[in-house]
Ligand binder design. Structure first.
Ligand SMILES: [Zn+2]
Length: 64
């Protein structure tokens, strides 16, 4: 996954990737990198799995 202009150091493009240690962010321009926890990854990337809470409480229900 690629996040344009998201680098806190150079405002470059951040690539989110994972290896055997977990997920990390890396800037394509300056090489800035940061490890992130699975919880952070979910918050940042909004992964669709294992979030049953997200399916409830939607405000788009109409009351006739
Ligand atoms: Zn950068």
């Amino acid at each position: 996954m690629l996040y344009l202009k998201s680098c806190p150091r150079c405002a470059g493009d951040i690539n989110a990737d994972s290896d055997m240690y977990g997920m990390f962010l890396k800037c394509l321009q300056c090489g800035f990198s940061k490890d992130i926890s699975p919880e952070m990854a979910r918050n940042l990337f909004g992964e669709q799995d294992a979030t049953p809470e997200a399916a409830t409480g939607r405000p788009d229900q109409q009351v006739a």
